[in-house]
Design a binder for this molecule. Structure first.
Ligand SMILES: Cc1cc2nc3c(=O)[nH]c(=O)nc-3n(C[C@H](O)[C@H](O)[C@H](O)COP(=O)(O)OP(=O)(O)OC[C@H]3O[C@@H](n4cnc5c(N)ncnc54)[C@H](O)[C@@H]3O)c2cc1C
Length: 492
């Protein structure tokens, strides 16, 4: 039988390891952590197999889509923490933040030219997906991607899941196997060859000094050609802040999650998505930490395969079980979808019933039509929507429940479905600190029918699920939320 975690490994070309290579190169692209990281673990395994040292490259480009001060700051805070960690441990670690487009690519190719083999993170969307398709064709060493994104390996599904229910069945069948084959807490402990790697100075010609950049983040960022109007947020981007948030949630939110997660005034959700997005905290360690809080006597034997239904699988505390369904099923269904679908960010990827209902309602009159700028600046007639957009613009996040309403309303207020999708992608990926993630596309395209079923027909939406601000106001606690974000009003 195939080793369970081998479903995480993707050989991206047919090259043989370069015997003269001086090291194994691990290029940390998105799962930016030294702990619980399968890709790092595989890289250590390869270094040991070839008897070579390991060189870790963690870099950040300056010309990625939707680049802002917000995403740059969060990412660089995490890199600073890593630089300190790697220096303490004397690791072969290169930290690099690009100042001018092209520097990153040049450094990567230079480092690959002296390597035996390259391993990097498997990731199904955004620039990482494109890089992982392009570089293996051009490199003369093996290019291997390793999936450390979630519990259920991406290589385990053979097609895109059409619903959360369908994926939940796969998750339930494989949960125990996945959970009992975890990533190592500290994969670097196993590294055998600890020799220092000497790199030619020429590799670093015209490359900005990372230390200067990371110890002066605002100053460095101010010189970059990125969107400076999107300000950094209060949350810190490093792993320690992510673990701190996890601890807070377990202490204050977890045991009330099911009951209060939809109430913006309560703020009982984990708020972990930013650190999950940048790979600072692994999904495995969250699941493990949360399972440790199941009632006394709970263990894995309590789990029963439940054919994809939400209840009756973990058979523990309903709050914990509810949270696990979000962080495993709902988070991972989007990763698996994008893994199988290059069109994950396009309307064409939506199921037939959605295409049909959209065609039937394409020309329905729209009572309100807003421009991108009006939406961006919270200038609609809808108080709740404006508050959600203000939270997104100012704080880089929207409360979980309101995010659905936020997405649904844009469908009603734009001339066509394609414009709605584009505005949502641009707003989300520009302002959300957890944006540019497989779940950005799951969430936005869920509003447009992905993973959902047909509902009662109505204007504009056709058979898409409909949400109104009036029913939201009745259903969830919002008073303080509106006081806080409604007060800031729109940017007039
Ligand atoms: C229009 C729209 C856009 C979205 N954009 C993003 C995005 O850019 N990045 C992002 O990570 N999520 C996105 N989501 C999904 C979801 O809203 C967020 O993951 C969640 O709000 C994050 O808050 P939390 O960490 O407090 O969640 P919690 O409720 O504490 O859940 C824990 C984790 O489970 C996962 N999760 C929870 N709900 C969902 C969901 N509905 N779909 C997928 N995963 C989920 C997330 O990883 C989350 O961090 C979007 C949803 C919608 C409707």
């Amino acid at each position: 039988m195939k080793n369970f975690n081998s479903y995480r490994v993707f050989k991206r070309n047919e090259r043989e390891p370069n015997p003269d290579g001086e090291y194994v190169l691990y290029w940390m692209q998105i799962n930016r952590r030294f702990h619980y990281n399968f890709a790092l673990e595989y890289a250590v395994g390869w270094a040991n197999k070839l008897g070579k040292p390991l060189l870790i490259l963690e870099a950040f480009s300056c010309d990625y889509p939707w680049a802002t001060d917000r995403s740059h700051t969060f990412m660089m805070q995490g890199m600073k923490e890593h630089l300190e960690y790697a220096t303490d441990l004397d690791l072969n670690y290169i930290s690099f933040v690009e100042e001018k487009a092209g520097q990153y690519d040049k450094l990567l190719r230079n480092l690959a030219s002296n390597a035996s083999l390259l391993l990097t993170d498997e990731y199904p969307v955004f620039i990482m997906r494109k890089r992982n398709e392009q570089y293996p064709k051009e490199m003369i060493i093996p290019y291997i991607t390793v999936d450390s994104n979630g519990l259920i390996p991406l290589g385990l599904t053979d097609k895109d899941p059409y619903s959360a229910y369908f994926f939940r069945k796969i998750m339930q069948k494989n949960f125990i196997e996945a959970f009992t084959n975890p990533p190592k807490r500290n994969p670097l402990d196993d590294l055998e060859n600890r020799q220092q790697v000497d790199l030619p100075e020429a590799f670093f010609e015209n490359i900005p000094d990372a230390e200067n950049a990371l110890y002066n983040i605002p100053g460095f960022i101010s010189k970059l050609n990125i969107d400076h109007s999107v300000k950094p947020i209060d949350w810190q981007g490093g792993r320690s802040a992510g673990l701190g948030m996890m601890g807070q949630f377990i202490k204050n939110g977890l045991l009330e999650y099911d009951e209060k997660r939809n109430d913006p005034d309560e703020q009982k959700t984990s708020q972990l998505s930013p650190w999950l997005h940048f790979g600072k905290v692994s999904e495995y360690e969250i699941v493990k930490a949360v399972l440790d809080h199941q009632p006394d006597g709970w263990d894995l034997d309590k789990i029963t395969f439940n054919k994809g239904s939400t209840g009756g699988f973990f058979n523990g505390n309903p709050n914990i079980d509810g949270f696990l369904d979000e962080v495993i099923t709902w988070r991972e269904v989007g990763f698996h979808f994008a893994h199988h679908r290059a069109d994950y960010d396009r309307i064409d990827s939506l199921p037939d019933w959605v295409q049909k209902t959209m065609d039937e309602h394409r020309d329905d009159p729209r009572e309100w039509v807003y421009s991108y700028d009006e939406l961006k600046n919270s200038q609609t007639h809808d108080e709740i929507w404006n508050a959600a957009q203000t939270q997104l613009r100012e704080e880089g996040i929207i409360h979980n429940y309101l995010r659905m309403l936020w997405g649904k309303k844009v469908i009603e207020w734009t001339p066509d479905y394609e414009t709605a999708a584009q505005y949502l992608i641009d707003l989300n990926n520009t302002y959300a600190i957890d944006g540019r993630d497989p779940n950005s596309y799951s969430g936005i395209f869920w509003c447009l029918g992905r993973f959902d079923r047909a509902w009662q027909e109505r204007p504009i939406f056709g058979k898409l699920r409909y949400m109104t601000s009036e029913s939201t106001r009745k259903k969830v606690k919002l008073k303080e939320y509106l006081n806080r974000y409604g007060k800031q009003k729109s940017l007039l």
